[in-house]
Design a binder for this molecule. Structure first.
Ligand code: C2E
Ligand code: MG
Ligand code: MG
Length: 240
């Protein structure tokens, strides 16, 4: 889990679930290595079900502990393409009695631009029930901006590539602040991903960003360590 921090309050508002493979013979294997292979082979459906179960269980348990944080789950193209994806998600939510408002779905920009009416209507229904929807990796694909405005979306996560050079390049700064303005202009929340320095964060705050995720604030951590740092009693102390 990696926190998304609301910088004004120092609160972790969302924990993004990032899958790791505890391989018996190797170090922890990162999703960049096995998620594409799992998608290719179709194993992503079973893997996705397992992740869905873990996320729904975690979100429900944190809610019972009185932790006011959403848990975000990454959804891949292949998963969303499965006809019964939403049925399985709702089944996992029902099994673990997960309050919809404790869940967030992350859908990449390129995938979001391709979603058909069937997927969109299911997403609208989930959102009407209280699930949050975020566009992930914004700025890495091509967005049809009029389409973005019509998607059932709560927030947009600006990709690290748009933020990386803002402290050294005036052009990067201009692009980044235009993108932030555009998203906010559509009435959506901005989350900045991959923030690695205080300097970046200071600049982003000037252009109106309030939600940050990145190594500068916290690296992804196992649940126990995450809760030690960002659990209920801890969260007001940090970055306050
Ligand atoms: P993503 O959803 O865009 O997740 C953000 C990635 O950036 C994570 O890499 C995170 O560890 C990393 N990151 C966070 N802050 C920083 C920073 O300040 N600097 C840098 N350089 N990197 C940062 P990770 O965990 O290796 O995941 C990579 C991608 O794999 C994710 O990108 C997501 O697309 C996919 N993925 C991860 N978990 C899942 C999952 O459960 N299901 C599916 N379908 N895909 C997943
Ligand atoms: Mg993500
Ligand atoms: Mg991303």
């Amino acid at each position: 889990f990696q926190p998304q921090m609301e910088v004004a309050t120092g609160r972790a508002v969302t924990a993004e679930a990032l899958v790791r493979w505890a391989h018996p013979e190797r170090d922890l294997v990162m999703p960049g290595f096995f998620v594409p292979v799992a998608e290719e082979s179709g194993v992503i459906v079973a893997l996705g079900d397992w992740i869905m179960g873990r996320v729904c269980e975690t979100a429900a348990r944190w809610h019972r502990l009185g932790l006011h944080q959403r848990v975000a789950i990454n959804i891949s193209t292949r998963e969303l393409g499965q006809g019964d994806f939403f049925l399985r998600l709702r089944h996992a939510m029902a099994t673990h009695a997960t309050p919809p408002a404790t869940l967030e779905l992350e859908i990449s920009e390129s995938l979001a631009m391709e979603m058909d009416e069937r997927v969109l209507s299911q997403l609208r229904a989930l959102r009407a029930d209280g699930v949050s929807i975020a566009i992930d990796d914004f700025g890495t694909g091509y967005s049809n901006l009029s389409r973005l405005k019509d998607l059932p979306v709560d927030r947009v996560k600006i990709d690290r590539s748009l933020v990386r050079d803002i402290t050294i390049s005036a052009e990067a700064r201009t692009i980044c602040s235009a993108v932030v303005g555009l998203i906010q202009g559509l009435g959506l929340e901005v989350v900045v991903e991959g923030v690695e320095s205080q300097e970046q964060m200071d600049m982003l705050r000037i252009v109106g960003c309030t939600l940050f995720q990145g190594y500068h604030l916290a690296r992804p951590a196992p649940e126990e360590a995450y809760l030690r740092a960002y659990g209920a009693s801890a969260q007001t102390r940090r970055h306050g």
